[in-house]
Write a protein that binds this ligand. Structure first.
Ligand SMILES: Cc1ncc(COP(=O)(O)O)c(C=O)c1O
Length: 443
């Protein structure tokens, strides 16, 4: 057998023993599958139900998810929130329609514009969550966008964002209701909000939302939910999901969702409330130390540290954490994101407390923005650009050409540039600063 380099790499990472402050939420301690996990990897044989027309155990599981979230209906996804995002946009955004979309949307939503042929009307985050962070989507900005686009197919925002910053979903839902526009929420980072004592978007008036169960709940990568406020749309939404989803859904992923829901019913509420308290104490400690934290309403279980306030860049802070055997979720320019969860061990929190306590403050350094939103001249729609004849060229030779695809650094997966943008000197420099050296352009 050839040497298995990926498996070897994974084993090296595991044996390094760093505390996992990154997703998935099970932190490598799921315990859902006894013995050899592969025996649970079955397919849609009789008795195992079928994901896209369930009537047995999968239907029952979806019912439990819906009850837990108090939605009209909830569907499970083995294709992450990406599949739920594609499905909800496919339901509302017809080809040629306009979707009012927050510019910090994840690439899964912006790529859906290429698949479905809608064009986003951008609303920009307001920068009110602290220095260099993108900030929130403000209700007045949504109202203004709806007044400009009275026929908009939907409003689409991300809340919480990668940094744990929450927008006022309730107020935005009220405005959408007044204008008759459905509100769709990318809640990929907020599947736990129902359990940690904070408002979940489906209870705040969102028409639909996508939750990545695998990010903050104990479920395998790929596990996600599509929550629907109006349960009558359940069957229609199954069809939308089937449009993009694999015809071979993973029973491992679905089994992990079953385990996750049983665990939530038993301990989940208490454990997330405890987690929120623990992270709040860590946040307070970090603040006293001098770190910048996101301002205003935020997810209480996420720890986002602004390193520059303490004189460190985010990569320098990551270096310090790694010395202390801690692996973060995201290392930006100025901010570093940690995703603690109930499945982190006590030792993980002790390491983090110690690392925050022992770091030596330096003279504060200037913050660098975490996300740039530049709008060069638009030449083609996102869909036209994607389905053009394309070629790949070095970025430094791309000035004057039309970008053929959305480009993002992942994480956080928010596009820096969009298919159909005309590449100018500023965009060229931005792409290089994001480490993009080759781009696909229209021929
Ligand atoms: C804000 C946001 N939305 C959507 C997604 C896509 O979620 P998934 O990885 O579950 O497909 C991500 C993934 O990182 C994300 O960060």
């Amino acid at each position: 057998m050839r040497s298995m380099s990926l498996l070897k790499r994974i084993e090296e990472i595991i044996s390094g023993g760093a505390s996992r402050f990154y997703v998935p939420g099970h932190k490598g301690r799921l315990g859902a599958f006894g013995g050899d996990f592969s025996k649970y990897d079955i397919t849609e044989i009789p008795g195992a139900d079928s994901l896209y027309s369930p009537s047995g155990a999968i239907a029952e599981l979806e019912g439990l998810v819906s009850q837990a979230y108090k939605s009209g209906a909830s569907l499970i996804s083995c294709g992450g929130s990406t599949l739920a995002v594609q499905a909800m946009l496919a339901h509302y955004a017809k080809p040629g329609s306009v979707v009012i979309m927050a510019r910090n949307a994840h690439i899964s939503a912006v790529n859906a514009a290429a698949l479905l042929g809608f064009e986003p009307f951008w609303v920009y985050p307001d920068g009110d969550a602290g220095e260099a962070l993108p900030g929130r989507i403000s209700p007045p900005a949504i109202e203004k966008a709806l007044e400009k686009n009275p026929g908009a197919a939907a409003v689409y925002i991300t809340s919480p964002d990668y940094f744990g910053v929450l927008s006022d979903v309730k107020a935005i839902a009220g405005i959408c209701g007044k204008h008759g526009a459905p509100l769709l929420i990318d809640n990929a980072h907020g599947a736990h909000l129902s359990f940690s004592g904070q408002a979940h978007p489906i209870r705040e008036g969102a028409d639909m939302c996508a939750d990545s169960a695998h990010k903050t709940l104990p479920a395998l990568t790929g596990a996600a939910f599509l929550h629907i406020r109006n349960g009558d749309l359940k069957s229609a939404m199954k069809s939308r999901m089937a449009l993009f989803g694999s015809t071979s859904p993973s029973y491992l992923v679905m089994g992990s969702i079953d385990y996750c829901m049983a665990w939530l019913a038993e301990n989940g509420g208490d454990d997330y409330i405890k987690l929120a308290g623990r992270v709040e104490r860590l946040a307070l400690m970090a603040k006293e130390k001098g770190f910048a934290l996101p301002e205003g309403l935020r997810d209480k279980t996420r720890l986002t540290l602004g390193a520059c306030a303490l004189g460190y860049s985010a990569p320098e802070l990551a270096g310090w954490l790694r010395e202390n055997k801690i692996e973060p979720e995201y290392v930006g320019n100025s901010y570093l994101v940690l995703v603690p969860g109930p499945f982190n061990a006590e030792r993980d929190f002790a390491r983090l407390e110690n690392a925050i306590d022992k770091i030596k403050p330096r003279k504060p350094a200037p913050f660098l923005r975490e996300m740039e939103f530049y709008s060069p001249k638009r030449i083609l729609s996102i869909r036209e650009a994607y389905f053009s004849e394309i070629e790949e060229i070095p970025v430094e030779k791309a000035a004057g050409r039309i970008l053929a695809e959305n480009v993002s650094a992942c994480p956080p997966g928010v596009p820096v540039a969009l298919g159909g943008d005309k590449i100018d000197g500023i965009l060229e420099k931005m792409l290089i600063s994001y480490g993009v050296l080759q781009v696909k352009v229209v021929k």
